[in-house]
Design a protein around this ligand. Structure first.
Ligand SMILES: Nc1ncnc2c1ncn2[C@@H]1O[C@H](COP(=O)(O)OP(=O)(O)O)[C@@H](O)[C@H]1O
Ligand SMILES: [Mg+2]
Length: 345
């Protein structure tokens, strides 16, 4: 009998099957053998050589060699990793890049975007009682595996892990401790290594990681890049975004102005959370796009407008209102332009 339409889990199964990911039957899952994921990682790192791996990483992200070695050295000994840092610093991109480069299996990693309403069964997967009763527990649709089960032999990326409620964190902890995921009393083997990301707890809408879970992970911090690296990152990323739009060159003074602004804001310490790298990239890219759609050259006025629009949502500090923030950004922009033009004049 065909399953009823419109069931969320079944829809997901069909999507997964369409994408070529075959869902395992429960009986296959019960026969799973242990996989030493850390040995797979070590073998790949040694065979390929760390310098080649870091060179490959440069295709994704810049300036993160040390951090990447921090991550790989943990994975090689079976230690899970927690990437911590402010929004837009490259945590998610780094987790994906490393998992992609290691390519432990096909697909190389399972990605789980954590959120506060995520239940333990969303992580583990659950038996669909209706299907199980009609077609038996071994029907491919009777059990829809969750990310903790799908990650066997791979990297599991738990993006923004500190959004998980303590209940869901407990389900995760059990899987990490026992290498088994328990679904309604059925134990399924699952060996994986986690690369998790987290924003600092002072950001709103997040739970603190339970001590037991935090203790299972190596804490790797991503720091804001220095001025030269930030400039290189913005130039490189903007170039990727506008590459196909017939843009000859990204004006150097735009990059210098943004970088000078960041320098001012950071040195003043007024800002608790500064504009993210992402906000910087898009401030410059949309300045170019603005001029492009009007078929003219981009100006510093365009940049100012875009800087304000792109920075306002991501900065936090002691501002009374959005207008306050805007005024502050305008002032910093003018000072940055002055610094840049004085420097070049
Ligand atoms: N070191 C870096 N090199 C290149 N791009 C970076 C770097 N850091 C951040 N980015 C870019 O900034 C954006 C935000 O990165 P993301 O990984 O989503 O940040 P996070 O997960 O920390 O919020 C992405 O477009 C990413 O490519
Ligand atoms: Mg992220």
């Amino acid at each position: 009998m065909s399953p009823s339409k419109g069931h969320g889990a079944q829809q997901m199964t069909q999507n997964l099957q369409l994408m070529g990911v075959r869902l395992p039957r429960l009986s296959e899952l019960l026969q799973r053998r242990p996989i030493r994921v850390e040995e797979k990682v070590t073998k790949i790192v040694l065979e390929r050589g760390i310098s080649n791996i870091l060179r490959e990483l440069d295709n994704y992200l810049k300036g993160l060699h040390e951090v990447a070695i921090d991550v790989l050295s943990a994975l090689c000994v079976g230690r899970h990793v927690l990437l911590v840092g402010p929004v837009g610093i490259g945590k998610t991109s780094l987790a994906e890049a490393i998992a992609e480069i290691l390519h432990l299996d096909e697909p190389p990693y399972i990605f789980c975007a954590c959120h506060s309403h995520m239940t333990a069964t969303e992580l583990t997967g659950d038996i669909d009682i209706a299907v199980a009763l009609q077609a038996g527990l071994d029907h491919p649709l009777a059990y829809i595996p969750g990310p903790l089960v799908m990650a066997h032999g791979r990297i599991l990326i738990l993006d923004e892990i500190n959004r998980l409620s303590p209940y869901s964190q407990a389900a995760l902890l059990q899987a990490l401790q026992e290498h088994y995921v328990v679904i309604r009393g059925i134990r399924i083997r699952s060996d994986f290594l986690v690369i998790a990301t987290a924003n600092p707890v002072e950001y709103s809408g997040v739970f603190e990681l339970t001590e037991a879970l935090a203790d299972r992970m190596k804490y790797v911090e991503l720091n804001y890049p220095d001025a030269d690296l930030l400039k290189a990152i913005i130039r490189w990323k903007v170039d990727q975004i506008v590459r196909n739009y017939d843009v000859i060159k990204i004006p150097e003074e735009f990059l210098d102005t943004i970088v000078a602004m960041i320098g001012i804001m950071r040195s003043e310490g007024l800002i608790e959370a500064g504009p993210s790298i992402r906000a910087c990239i898009y401030a410059v890219a949309s300045t170019i796009a603005r001029a492009l759609v009007e078929r003219r050259e981009p100006t510093l006025e365009d940049l100012k407008r875009e800087v304000i629009q792109n920075f306002i949502p991501s900065i936090r500090g002691e501002f009374q209102s959005e207008t306050d923030k805007k005024t502050y950004l305008e002032k910093v922009f003018e000072r940055a332009v002055y610094m840049v033009t004085r420097g070049s004049g």
